[in-house]
Design a protein around this ligand. Structure first.
Ligand code: ZN
Length: 244
């Protein structure tokens, strides 16, 4: 089975549509959370995702704050401004659907699990080897797919955690086996922070036991113009252009 891996769409409809246009070799979707927050299209993104064939899905921290499941004071002022606006914009139906998203981890077939931040703590950031080492205690499958940092990378967990950072040669293919464990972040669809502003996503192939990390350009200017027109902080538009 081939699964499209989406994480951290952050209400960026242009980026989501570009990924769905670019990648058609999948039958089901894995959604790793943070559908909303920062971007200007929370309802359109939620409705687009709701129409996809989802195999497994978990909530992100922005989905929780947008729906009142976590307090806004955990966010910096810019993120708080955007999430307060998002809460106001969400239709009651989309709000209820987002609020019902499950906490991770969720399993996919036998060897794969998905989470937003880390298996034992959905809000934990895995940026470096030390974070991965801490998170690895909760990893119970050969492959743990995660998001939250918006940085595409692979952590090999056998022995001491070792990180492979993206962007490298692309698409980057990670082969997984039952004999080794790895945590893989395919990056953010809607707000990349690894200096590559293109939308990031992955494809999991459980037949060939691979996860492929890819990037696709999208209409960044259109997404930026919507952020400005909505009255959201201009820094949220600027960062899309630089991938930070
Ligand atoms: Zn996020």
């Amino acid at each position: 089975m081939r699964y499209l891996i989406l994480s951290d769409v952050h209400a960026n409809l242009e980026a989501l549509e570009a990924v769905l246009d670019a990648e058609r070799s999948w039958t089901q979707v894995l959604m790793l959370g943070d559908l909303v927050g920062y971007g200007a299209d929370p309802n359109a993104v939620v409705e687009r995702v709701r129409a996809l064939p989802i195999a497994a899905m978990v909530r992100g921290n922005h989905d929780k704050v947008a729906t009142g499941l976590a307090p806004t004071d955990t966010f910096n002022p810019v993120a708080r401004h955007a999430i307060t606006w998002t809460t106001r914009m969400l239709t009651p139906d989309n709000h209820a659907w987002l609020a019902a998203l499950p906490q991770g981890p969720m399993s996919v077939e036998d060897d794969v699990e998905i989470c937003h931040g880390a298996p034992l703590d959905e809000d934990f950031y895995v940026f470096d080897e030390m974070d991965a080492q801490r998170a690895s205690a909760g990893v119970s499958r050969a492959l743990c797919l995660f998001g939250h940092t918006h940085v595409a990378c692979v952590f090999h967990l056998t022995g001491r955690a070792i990180q492979t950072r993206m962007p490298g040669p692309e698409p980057y293919v990670h082969e997984f086996s039952a004999l080794a464990r790895a945590m893989v972040n395919c990056g953010a669809v809607g707000q990349p922070r690894d200096a590559d502003p293109r939308a990031a996503y992955g494809v999991l192939d459980t037949g060939s036991r691979t996860v492929t990390l890819s990037r696709v350009p999208y209409d960044i200017q259109a997404a930026q113009a919507k952020i400005i027109a909505a009255g959201l902080p201009s820094s949220l538009a600027t960062r899309l252009g630089v991938g930070r």
